[in-house]
Design a protein around this ligand. Structure first.
Ligand SMILES: Nc1ncnc2c1ncn2[C@@H]1O[C@H](COP(=O)(O)OP(=O)(O)OP(=O)(O)O)[C@@H](O)[C@H]1O
Ligand SMILES: [Mg+2]
Length: 269
């Protein structure tokens, strides 16, 4: 953007949800605070890693950024405009620009639709033109042959399915992609391929990405900034080198200590 405005400027972001697990039989579910006063920016063209323990609020934060959830308090400025409380009609054009790749492609791809339709449906919903060309282009970008348009999700490998999930997102020509644990369901070699693909796409298409992962070695490779969440608060937000070389927060050091060290006797390390 170059104007000095970050793509996202998040200030005092809070999110509370009703806690149905603790709802008394007669009465309302108590509210539980899931995100507690978060402040951070995401620069256009950067890849932000979001890390933290299970239940720390990573997915909730990602979903709030792309406005699948409405914040309880605070602001989310996207390109300088607060999108925190826009109604669905006003959000609509933004929905195309803010895309998501899901953790589990098997459950996020409609099993009854062919790959071509899976990628084309959102394009049609958004009234975009040249749909066939866009589908071909997206398949090409993710390294799948055009003949895959006719396949159903169950006729693909896990890695291929995740490529379709990525194709569906990039066919929309988004500016921002939320990638939430997108390789955690894949075997190691498919993981590496999908990550390489994402890395190349970020570069080629100039995407801005929020990448949620519990795999810190992947975060280190892919991300320029890292946000460490613990129980809904930011314990550290810093450039990736600083997180790994000179972590400030005790919690970050504990996360890093939990990474298995490379075994020098093991070939391949
Ligand atoms: N719809 C909801 N209603 C109530 N509580 C919720 C809801 N969604 C999430 N939570 C709670 O919010 C907290 C954060 O959940 P979230 O899914 O964002 O964590 P996460 O960091 O993505 O965890 P994981 O690493 O396991 O995916 C958890 O305590 C979770 O139980
Ligand atoms: Mg999650």
């Amino acid at each position: 953007m170059g104007s000095g405005t970050p793509m996202f400027r998040v200030r005092g972001l809070e999110l509370s949800l009703p806690d149905f697990a603790n709802k008394p039989p007669l009465g309302r579910a108590p509210m539980v605070d899931i995100l507690k006063g978060l402040d951070f920016d995401i620069e256009a063209g950067s890849v932000l890693g979001i890390v933290g323990g299970s239940g720390s609020g990573k997915s909730t934060l990602g979903r709030t950024l792309i406005r699948l959830l409405e914040p309880t308090a605070g602001s989310i400025a996207f390109e300088g405009r607060d999108i925190g409380h826009l109604d669905e009609a006003t959000l609509r054009p933004l929905r195309r620009r803010l895309q998501m790749i899901f953790q589990d492609p098997m459950s996020s791809l409609n099993p009854r639709r062919r790959v071509g339709a899976i990628i084309a449906d959102p394009l049609r919903i958004h009234g975009l033109d040249r749909i066939n060309a866009r589908v071909d282009e997206a398949l090409d970008h993710v390294g799948l042959p055009g003949s895959f348009r006719a396949r159903y999700p169950h006729e693909l490998s896990g890695g291929q399915r995740q490529r379709v999930g990525i194709a569906r997102a990039i066919a929309m020509r988004p500016d921002f992609i939320l990638a939430d644990e997108i390789v955690s369901g894949l075997d190691v070699s498919s993981q590496a391929q999908v990550l390489n693909l994402l890395e190349n796409l970020v570069r080629e298409l100039g995407l801005t990405v929020a990448f949620i992962s519990h795999d810190l070695s992947v975060i280190r490779r892919l991300c320029s900034q890292v946000l460490v969440l613990n129980r809904g608060t930011i314990v550290e937000y810093a450039p990736v080198e600083r997180i790994f070389d000179a972590p400030e927060a005790q919690y970050t050091r504990e996360l890093l200590d939990a990474i298995p060290l490379p075994d020098p006797d093991q070939p391949g390390w």
